[in-house]
Design a protein around this ligand. Sequence first.
Ligand code: ZN
Ligand code: ZN
Length: 316
Amino acid sequence: MFKQYKKDIYFLLKYNSANAVLLGFASLLLFQQWSPLASVADSWILLLCILPLSLPNLWTITGSAIVLASVAVSLDLFSVSLGDWWLLPLGAVIGLQSAWLMHNAAHESIKPRWLNRLLGEICGLQQLMGFPGWAIPHIVHHQFSDDPDKDPHPPQYLTFMQFLAEMGPSMARVARQFFFNLWKDHPQVSRIWQSMVWTSMAARYMRAVFLLVLLGPKIFVLCFMVSKMVNMIWYVHFNYYTHRPTGDGRIEILNLDHNFYYKLMNATMAGVYYHKNHHAKASLFDPRDYDKDSSKPLISYTHAQESILNYPVVND
Ligand SMILES: [Zn+2]
Ligand SMILES: [Zn+2]
């Protein structure tokens, strides 16, 4: 997929346009034939409420969830009973499982091989960005880990809260820069980039519309939106705590398994927090199976001494 992206300037444009059109048709068909949304009066209001989901931003997504839940409750679009509580933890589980499955699918480490594409597309639907939208920046992350200019999400010396706010904009900045480095700064390239941005937003929105039509408002709000938010916050946590500064200007990639949280995540997500092993051998399905000596620190980036002096000290 990364190779296709580097070879074909229109690759993402074509992928996202095709996704938007196909999902549009599928949503129409579902709405007419089966959808729980068809029986809801004023369901078009819900389609307006999920417009912010077209932006890949934690705050717009959280805002959209709050607006959607408030509108649904105030217009009495669905009723929630105590028996529906299980939808919330189910959403959290889906968000977590989608995170590691997407990661493994991007590295094609799932067997049989054809499952990678299928699972990647399903996770891409749940995460709203599509499979290549996740896989391409991730491969760039492996190639330029912790390079402050080239890695899509280097935590550097930011605090966790700063990284929470910065990860999305940083990914957008690096994606743009990578594209223009690849195809050179030219008016025609700029036009293609702009179209790519618009079609990726349209495809994100159509993925959300499809899920709303498929699941109906109750499951969409209580399960899908929870899964999306858990998934996003988990990625921020993962990217932050697996790449840490050493204090002497270097950035180290870590295996984490020292408390209940990491042990639980590793047990249920195929050793995902063994990230140092993963960077050493990304083709492994479970990085705990890494069989070489991993006692030496894995340093991904070393800062020039003078640039470190400009960074604040981070205590968390
Ligand atoms: Zn990494
Ligand atoms: Zn990886």
